[in-house]
Write a protein that binds this ligand. Structure first.
Ligand code: NAP
Length: 490
């Protein structure tokens, strides 16, 4: 179930919010501690009368995340009044649970909150709450690391009494989506971010629209993109839409891993995860946690795709093949073999592409601002190199730009001189935000054929989808979702 928290200053505002929320959520939680003043019994009665959906009544003290510090006696009295008025659920904190005398037909949620950590003894906390006679156990802790969520999932997996188990904070966000897979009774999702009542809640639209929360069940395969930062990744938008369109029971999550990626991957083997995309800064170090790695990844020194094959984690790299595929499409059937390629940049993307171009038998020259880096990469790959100044006189069939120059917001920047561009050349830019960079506009004016960073991005997502599902990806949809996201991000 999805519960929309109502954190309004008056009951009248909460009533209006409840009418809206009931159209999408299964129930609402009215937070009496967020009201400007405690309601009188008749006001509460009016609120509960003719309610369009079940209601949880909560009156949290400040030290447990509440908005007001009303004395315990007063809080308990209001909760008891809500029970007398027939509220569907009343939420009372663990330490005061034995002060509720009568519960009639109201279901009692007994809750534990921890605003600093996710304690190791969650099973004991669960048992204590059950012994107090809870109709619903609620345990909400703080995830200091994404690994903390795993302990909460274990509680949900083994719970015999209906249980709400969630982790707060950015690192706990995935618990608010995945709780359903492990049998959690509900998740809290505000109608918009300003209605958030605990850190890390996923807004209702996002939960339903992006993560398809209502379709998640115990069989749902879990994928995700590992990175730091990860909040603005396009990948969850693309892959969740693709899974949905292909009728695949899977969810794709942003996985924020600021620390050691190998520790994370090892810990999540037990979930189990079906596959990963891996992005900055973990493409190199993640290799240490995998069982099998494709040979070209060892040369490149990076993986960006992981698939779980019967418990073995297999790593591959779609960056190089996605970029060469984008260039090959622009070459319109002509092979890359023998083509003279000016590769601009010597960072991570250049490295993947350099080995990819060599695998395609292209003749590569690497140009970079720091000439020493161009030389070092060229020596490893076995190709030519030069400083950026030499680009003006370069004579190539293909120019592949892999630096971040031209990326939003510096959209008028380009390090490629017009003299390096000739009619009939193919020009590829790895930058995808904006899609039509200054360089690609220069190239179009010079009569070159262009390949965009978005082409590469969609290619790698399509290849990942195929690796994970062994099905063809809904490419057009994935590209449309990416374009929509980028347009909204401007
Ligand atoms: P990176 O490893 O940090 O490499 C950065 C490269 O850019 C280096 O060669 C650096 O030169 C050069 N550079 C940076 N600022 C420069 C400037 N002002 N003038 C000249 N050269 C400059 O970065 P990366 O991970 O390869 O990413 C590069 C770009 O590719 C980013 O825009 C990223 O978004 C994009 N990308 C796109 C895709 C896709 O799917 N389309 C995938 C991955 C990355 P020095 O060595 O001299 O510092």
């Amino acid at each position: 179930m999805i519960c929309a928290p109502l954190a309004e200053p008056t009951l009248e505002a909460a009533r209006r919010a409840m009418l809206r929320a009931a159209q999408r959520a299964d129930l609402v939680e009215v937070r009496l501690d967020r009201l400007d003043a405690l309601p009188r019994a008749e006001e509460l009665a009016a609120f509960l009368k003719d309610r369009p959906c079940p209601v949880i009544v909560t009156n949290r003290p400040k030290e447990q995340g509440g908005g007001q510090d009303w004395p315990d006696d007063v809080r308990i009295k209001t909760l008891q009044a809500a029970i007398e008025l027939g509220a569907d659920y009343v939420d009372v904190e663990l330490d005061l649970a034995d002060r509720i005398e009568e519960r009639h037909r109201t279901r009692l949620i007994i809750s534990y909150h921890n605003y600093t950590t996710t304690p190791l003894d969650l099973p004991n906390i669960y048992s204590r709450i059950v012994r107090l006679g809870a109709d619903v156990v609620k345990i909400v802790t703080t995830a200091n690391s994404i690994v903390d969520n795993l302990r909460m999932f274990e509680v949900l997996r083994h719970a015999e009494v209906p249980c709400i188990g969630l982790c707060m904070g950015e690192a706990g966000r995935i618990s608010r989506i995945l709780c359903r897979k492990f049998g959690g009774l509900l998740t809290f999702a505000p109608m918009d971010p300003s209605h958030e009542t605990a850190p890390g809640q996923v807004p209702l639209d996002e939960l339903i629209g992006r993560y398809h929360y209502r379709s998640i069940n115990s069989d749902t395969a879990v994928y995700g993109v590992i990175g730091d930062p990860i909040g603005h990744s396009i990948s969850p938008h693309i892959h969740n839409a693709a899974f949905r369109a292909a009728g695949i029971n899977a969810v794709y999550l942003p996985l924020w891993v600021p620390g050691d990626v190998c520790t994370f991957i090892e810990a999540y083997r037990g979930l189990p995860m079906a596959g990963y995309s891996i992005t900055i800064p973990h493409k190199e170090s993640a290799m240490g946690a995998l069982d099998d790695i494709e040979p070209i990844c060892r040369q490149i020194g990076a993986v960006n795709t992981v698939v779980n094959r019967q418990g073995r984690l297999h790593g591959s790299n779609t960056d190089w093949s996605a970029a060469t595929e984008a260039i090959e499409a622009a070459l319109d059937g002509e092979p890359l073999a023998g083509k003279r390629v000016a590769l601009v940049g010597a960072g991570g993307t250049a490295r993947a592409l350099a080995f990819g171009l060599r695998a395609r038998d292209a003749s590569v020259c690497i140009y970079n601002r720091t000439a020493e880096k161009a030389r070092a990469l060229a020596e490893e790959v076995g190709c030519e190199w030069a400083g950026l100044d030499a680009l003006a006189e370069s004579e190539s069939d293909v120019l592949a730009h892999t630096t971040s120059v031209g990326m939003h917001p510096n959209t008028e920047d380009s390090i490629v001189p017009d003299s390096a561009l000739r009619p009939g050349m193919v020009v590829f830019d790895a930058v995808y935000n904006p899609v039509y960079t200054r360089l690609l506009r220069q190239a179009a004016e010079a009569g070159c054929t262009t390949a965009t960073g978005l082409d590469m991005f969609v290619n790698q997502a399509v290849q990942q989808f195929k690796t994970w599902t062994e099905q063809d990806a809904p490419r057009e949809l994935m590209e449309a979702v990416a374009r929509e996201y980028l347009a909204a991000a401007q």
